[in-house]
Design a binder for this molecule. Structure first.
Ligand SMILES: NC(=O)CCC(=O)C(=O)O
Length: 273
């Protein structure tokens, strides 16, 4: 069994309604081209930056959607009225338009590489407290947001829960992008022998944050099967469950795990936000 996915590397501007219209048109295009699961980038409704999150934040649920596909809605800044907190949140919709999952970025992007990039999401955002997996008619899917990809435990748990693809809407930057973006995707895919798909915004050199782009899909053997540069584009890939099975049979690390020796890794828990 195989099915097509699409990652929309959207050009995102400061004009929210333009971003939403652009996202909708690209979703319809990907759906017409046969994609059954479609992913948008991190912060697809707004520019990415700690000073923008509050301005663009929305309550969730609130949205509209239409197409014959599952939509992994990248992320938007979410405002929770009861606490006043902001989150970096991905919502997921089934083909009927119902919201079936909500992931709040668990690991906030706080880094300081002197002379290169300093970013502190925690200045304005709060972290989510749960891992997110949801069922589709094709199989179980996991989702993380950008910096979440650096934490192998999260992908490992998704694989253990039976996920066949891990999606990461993400916006790496011009320093860590060339160094780590593809490497991390290939590592997560190979470690877990499942598919990994990332979806970045297109690069805008006039923005304060310059995304690396290079949305990519990696197969369970760690090979890149779809990718692009930094311009606006849609990438497509076939998720082939027979291929995944055969990779897992040839090198059966998925069956050879020694959980009896990995006890120092915190036990698997799943809290809800
Ligand atoms: N938006 C993010 O989480 C960026 C993560 C990133 O660039 C990294 O190096 O990690």
């Amino acid at each position: 069994m195989s099915f097509k996915i699409a990652c929309i590397q959207l050009a995102v501007s400061s004009d929210k309604s333009k971003n939403l219209t652009n996202a909708k048109n690209k979703i319809l295009e990907a759906s017409k081209n046969g994609a059954k699961i479609i992913c948008l980038p991190e912060c697809f409704n707004s520019l990415y930056g700690t000073n923008y999150f509050s301005q663009y934040a929305e309550n969730i649920p609130n949205g509209e959607s239409e197409s014959k596909a599952y939509i992994i809605g990248g992320s938007i800044p979410e405002r929770e009225d009861s606490t006043g907190k902001l989150y970096n949140t991905c919502t997921v919709y089934n083909p009927e338009g119902s919201m079936i999952a909500k992931h709040r970025k668990v690991h906030l992007f706080d880094i300081d590489i002197p002379g290169k990039i300093t970013f502190k999401e925690s200045d304005s955002l709060s972290a989510g407290n749960s891992l997110t997996h949801f069922d589709t008619k094709f199989g179980k899917i996991g989702v993380g947001i950008c910096y979440d990809i650096r934490f192998p435990e999260m992908a490992m748990i998704a694989a253990q829960e039976g996920c066949i693809v891990m999606f990461y809407p993400g916006a790496f930057n011009m320093t860590t992008g060339p160094l780590h973006w593809e490497l991390l995707q290939r590592a997560r895919a190979l470690d877990n022998q499942f598919y990994v798909a990332t979806c970045s915004p297109a690069r805008d050199m006039s923005a304060t944050y310059n995304a690396w782009g290079h949305s990519t899909v990696v197969n369970p053997s760690g090979a890149v099967i779809a990718t692009t540069d930094h311009e606006e584009s849609i990438i497509y890939a076939d998720i082939d469950l027979d291929e995944m099975k055969s990779i897992r049979q040839s090198i059966p690390t998925t069956l050879q795990k020694r959980y009896d020796l990995y006890t120092k890794i915190t036990s698997i828990t799943s809290n809800s936000n």
